[in-house]
Design a protein around this ligand. Sequence first.
Ligand code: NIG
Ligand code: FE
Length: 412
Amino acid sequence: MKTLIKNIKSLVQVEDKKRLAVCGEDMAKLPSIDNAYLLVNDDKIEDFGTMNDCPKEKFDKEIDAKNRFVLPSFCDSHTHLVYSGSREIEYIDKIKGLSYEEIAKRGGGIVNSALRVQKASEEELYDDAMQRLNSMIKMGTGAVEIKSGYGFTTEAELKMLRVIKKLKENSPLTIKSTFLGAHGVPLEYRDNVDGFVDKVINEMIPKVAQENLAEFIDVFCDKGFFTVEQTDRMLFAGMKYGLKPKIHANELDYSGGIEVGVKYNALSVDHLEYTGKKEIACLKASQTMPTILPGAAFFLNMKYCPARDMIMAGLPIAMASDFNPGSSPSGNMQLILTFACVNYKLTPQEALNATTMNSAYAMDVVDELGSICKGKKANFYITKDIPTIEYMPYFYGENKIDRVFLNGKEIV
Ligand code: NIG
Ligand code: FE
């Protein structure tokens, strides 16, 4: 089945040769072809070019883009979108002055979500998560990483991961699964965190691996959560079972999370509000993708990661939604573009690189997604009638996407 999309105002983020990531000053470049066509064969991109070279033969389906933009779908490389209920009451506590850590200390936050997930059935969790995925598709997301982490017990963690597995089987999105057993400390382990770490290592990881439920392992390595030493032990244990590290780091302090992630060649280290010269140097000497979560920093009103310093040092930057019920209750990647520009002073081109190519790298799908490239998966969208690409982050709060294609099929 071949589909031709013609009369594209500009086909954005094209590449002739697959790149691994976009670094430093290259992030300001967004290779595009004006007045273009795109040819899709089944679920893959077969060809593209200017309308002058558009093939003349008849295809199974022809779509007139009517002079609108076509972009590769967003890759959302960090979410916690399997959860039960919401936490707007804590949000009010936050407005009244309590910090994220204070809320966590009194059993709110992640602990609160864990208690709810433990009680929820697999079906409820699945239905709620599928609804969230479906609205993300409409907003232009084509690939999602989803974490466990609201289980706290082995049984509830496995339940979350089985839900993610079922989502993978039934959603047209490309989904990657991360085991985040060490997301918070269960109340009964408050005085024995190492005991919980042992349980993650000796009980949870082997079971996750045995059922083949995750590709990645994550740990919340930060002040008040898990130490560098505990993170080190858990990453080492996960890697023995083939789980690639991809961790929460330096959100609440200079926690050493970046360094331990790099030590184990993590795919990404995420959050990074506390990143200084030392951390930047460490990342420079690594293959690890620094990933910023602008939604969480905005929603928790935190200090912002020094994105410009990192780009000036030649680093790549990825951005993801961190969709979760506490620190970032939104999976809207178009909003992430706006936050990237307003709060981190990224240009729209840099923001698009951060949410397509670089976030694809951060979830290990850059070989098949993140750009318009021959042979890559046909996950892309046609915009509404917008004047420029800069309009994407500028006209915030509204969906600028008209038609969505995943695996070569029109979904929306
Ligand atoms: O990435 N920082 C740790 N974990 C999540 C928050 C999860 C929650 O509050 O439920 C995050 O922001
Ligand atoms: Fe997170």
